[in-house]
Design a protein around this ligand. Sequence first.
Ligand SMILES: [Zn+2]
Length: 66
Amino acid sequence: MKRVPTERKWIRCPYCGAKHSIYDNLAECRGVFLKCYRGCKREFELLIHNGEQQYRDENGNVRGMS
Ligand SMILES: [Zn+2]
């Protein structure tokens, strides 16, 4: 069965929460690095799994954005 994207969400900077870009709920992503242009200017890895953005904490553990 073909899955269709039904929801669009903002990618947010895990450090400051600034909006970056849009993804849909079927996106899967790792190993893509974005720079937070609208906020703290730090670079972060874009992690999307099961339609939810995640981030790596300072120990490298993947966590939900909550
Ligand atoms: Zn930021």
